[in-house]
Design a protein around this ligand. Sequence first.
Ligand code: AMP
Length: 417
Amino acid sequence: MPFTKLGLSDPLLRAIAEAGYTTPSPIQLQAIPAVLNGHDLLAAAQTGTGKTAGFALPILHRLSQKAYGANRPIRVLILTPTRELAAQVAESVSKYGEHLHPRLKTEVVFGGVKINPQMMRLRGGVDVLVATPGRLLDLVNQNAVKLDKVETLVLDEADRMLDMGFIRDIRKIIALLPKKRQNLLFSATFSEDIRQLTTGLLVNPIKIEVAPRNTAAETVEQIAYLCNKANKADLLCHLVKTKDWQQVLVFTSTKHGANRLTEKLNKLDIKAAAIHGNKSQGARTSALSSFKAGEIRVLVATDVAARGIDINLLPHVVNYELPRAPADYVHRIGRTGRAGEEGQAVSLVSHDEVGALKLIEKLINTPIKREQIVGFEPADVAPPMPPEPPRAPRPPRRNTSQPPRKTTGNRTTGNRT
Ligand code: AMP
């Protein structure tokens, strides 16, 4: 079904055409009519499915049908977990609403930068506010924002907001909204916490599930390279160079690790930059735009910083270390294989991470191919064991029925740095 059949107004269809979208993505096909009809929505969708347009387009359509009041109150509130995602969602909303008349005003507020300029920008009234929860509450406390006219609330990447500890802030914000409103909740995974949040928040929601729950996008090829922990940086350089990867997003588990890896890559003539919580907003934005522009080949990120990064058709995602929470793996590899394009998710797995790899496979319900690269074979992983013969009755002596010992090789410590 083409976009023209979804009931969106001409100015929106023009913006869609200008964005180069020809057909609605599966989530858009389901979400757009539901939101246009005023329903609440519970959508299981990863980043990369086109979910932003899925809620932004029908929201803009509804907003533009009604004139705003004298004070131009906030009528749509979109909460996101990170500043990067907030900025990207606001950019998308502005882009999709570009041709609407009268023009709608979208603003974005997030923490980590000065609050005063944000207060100034909100003064003239705003139709759509995109915000991270903490900063929004700061603004509310300073009387810079009123939420009593909000008609639609969007919780984007709700699971991540809960992971980041925003539940209390979210509940406080919800308490400030009018009781009667439309609620749209997007989440890649569905934990018990999310279920608790949705109960009482959503009224008869339309449920949409575009990728099976907790499974990776089918267009993503997943490979685990078994290697030694100490060789990971060299293996990554080898892969980038020999496979001629031009745009790679690499996840590390710590900020420190991200810095060290970035330094090493640059030394080996692979242009890299790191984004993580210790980097200023300016440094993050400039790293991201250099990466998008192709000036930087490898962007090294921690989970929190990478959340919500929107880069079209990112071909390669590397897990330099496997995430601690298996659900984060799903989020990470959601960065590739976007909007139906093929992508590759590569994990560098050292001996101490094999258990984590198995948990991930269990969560996504798919085996991940294991491979080794010549010259980088793990010295510390035992060769596959032959199938166990049927157990003979245990003889009375001790220590004879133990499996063969694993070779320890040059195993390094299993601690994450
Ligand atoms: P999202 O899941 O909202 O982060 O969107 C992922 C990417 O897909 C964004 O870069 C969008 O610009 C792009 N996109 C969204 N909808 C479509 C569509 N119908 N056709 C092609 N690309 C799209």
